[in-house]
Design a protein around this ligand. Structure first.
Ligand code: MTE
Length: 317
């Protein structure tokens, strides 16, 4: 699929959006933010980033995908997490007692189902391969959780369409199903929420997966993904509510049936399969008209498709 570089209405030069410190001295920035634990959490992933052919994968080449305004301070994006496999308290997920047993290197990934060229191997090999092909880039996206908080993050990774190019889906493939790891020894949430239909699964229509905005993130804020944000790789689907952006993926399966997702199985009215950001459609328990920006708590109007209508509205005609 073509790697479309666009200059849409929300394009701005990178210098206008990301805190300068992120691009200058990241360690000083983290220390200044009082977030000393970050480097320890990142150490596995940093090793992985340099292990393969010493490719400079992070932050990735600059892209035209930018957002007006400042990025959310890094310590918020790395410290306020939804990762139910570990904990339901957002501030606790990253704590070493909670996430310390999570091994993300090596990481077996399988891409299969209705495809001509199934792929299986270590996630870092796939990432290194995408790097060699020049597909690793940095995109700044708005991110809107169904709970009505939002952030703006620089993600490093590659277009999800590159996976489609790699495995060549058959004509009969209509959906893509994503699955997260399931290992109660590594994550306490499986036991704490034992009635949940684990593993966490998500899905997209194949034309949604092929859309230029659908992204596989392997890093954020210029470094490999921290464990609490979904190391070693996750999707980022910026026009949908955050739960569609599944973390720590072990399997990507192409299928002819709409996949059952974890949240849809738990509550289909609250978390339907499509889940496009839409201020006009309230969640059954709260309004979606506005959202709260992480770190400033500013209330702002929610935008249809989270501001990405120009790129995705045609999918829903
Ligand atoms: N993926 C997995 N495997 N487990 C989860 O609990 N939570 C989702 C999504 N992906 C979740 C997940 C939800 S509800 C949100 S809002 C985002 O991850 C949060 O991503 P972040 O912690 O990087 O901000």
């Amino acid at each position: 699929m073509a790697n479309i570089i666009c200059r849409p209405d929300w394009h701005l030069p990178e210098s206008a959006v990301t805190p300068e410190a992120v691009y200058n001295d990241r360690r000083t920035f983290l220390r200044a933010m009082g977030f000393a634990g970050a480097s320890a959490l990142l150490s596995d992933a940093l090793q992985a980033a340099t292990a393969k052919d010493n490719l400079p994968l992070y932050p990735g080449k600059k892209s035209n995908y930018q957002v007006a305004g400042k990025a959310t301070p890094e310590e918020w994006a790395l410290g306020y997490n939804n990762f139910y496999e570990f904990h339901t308290q957002k501030h606790l997920v990253r704590h070493p007692q909670i996430i310390g047993k999570f091994v993300t290197e090596p990481w077996r990934l399988k891409i299969d189902g209705l495809v001509d060229k199934p792929w299986a191997g270590d996630a870092q090999d796939l990432i290194a391969d995408m790097g060699k092909k020049g597909f690793i880039e940095e995109r700044v996206y708005r991110f809107r959780c169904v709970e009505a908080w939002s952030m703006v993050c620089p993600w490093t990774g590659f277009a999800l369409s590159k996976i489609l190019d790699l495995v060549v889906p058959k004509k009969t493939a209509k959906f893509v199903r994503f699955e997260t790891f399931f290992d109660p020894k590594m994550a306490p949430g499986f036991q704490a929420l034992r009635n949940y239909p684990w593993p966490y699964t998500e899905g997209l229509r194949i034309d949604e997966a092929a859309n230029e905005l659908a992204f596989v993130a392997t890093g954020m804020y210029g470094k490999p993904l921290p464990k609490q944000n979904g190391a070693p790789l996750r999707t980022v689907v910026p026009w949908k509510y955050g739960y569609k952006s599944i973390k720590s993926i072990v399997r990507i399966e192409f299928t002819d049936k709409q996949p059952k997702t974890l949240w849809e199985s738990l509550s289909p009215e609250e978390y339907p399969f499509e889940s496009n950001v839409n201020p006009a459609v309230p969640h059954p328990r709260w309004s979606q008209a506005t959202e709260r920006r992480l770190s400033t708590d500013e209330r702002v109007a929610t935008l249809k498709y989270n501001g990405y209508a120009a790129q995705v509205a045609a999918l829903y005609k």
